[in-house]
Design a protein around this ligand. Structure first.
Ligand code: MN
Length: 138
């Protein structure tokens, strides 16, 4: 169990079992978590607190996580938040589509619980705004 880092990851996931797994892994890794299962929930959570990263399921029922990502990236208030796409299968072109939508990274289901925390940490560390915030906190 890691010490809480004060870093917040917003998990956008419509599958309850996946959400429970991701939440458990991230909290064990020292992250705080917020959760949404739809675009409406995503917007609600973004108004509530600015996450250090968003973990975005690509398939959210009728909604498309990459469309939600493009909307987040086109809003100056949220554009700097790094988004990591989560997709059910490594379809040809999925990685390219995720990166083209503005995602900073990409993970496949089933989630690799051994590497998820380090992947999110790497994405946050590579985000200029996050590094600046880290310097301020020291
Ligand atoms: Mn889904």
């Amino acid at each position: 169990m890691s010490e809480p880092s004060g870093r917040l990851v917003l998990i956008v996931e419509d599958n309850p079992a996946n959400l429970l797994l991701i939440r458990a892994v991230l909290r064990r890794g020292g992250f705080e978590t917020a959760e949404a299962s739809s675009g409406e929930g995503l917007r609600r959570e973004l108004r509530r607190a600015r996450p250090d990263a968003v973990l975005m399921d690509v398939r959210l029922g009728d909604e498309d996580g990459l469309t939600l990502t493009r909307a987040l990236k086109s809003d100056p208030g949220t554009a700097a938040i790094p988004v990591v796409a989560v997709t059910a299968q490594a379809m040809a072109g999925d990685r390219e589509r995720a990166l083209a939508a503005g995602c900073a990274g990409y993970v496949c289901k089933p989630i690799d619980t051994r590497t998820l925390v380090s992947q999110i940490e790497a994405v946050i560390a590579a985000t200029p705004a996050a590094r600046a915030g880290e310097v301020e906190r020291q």
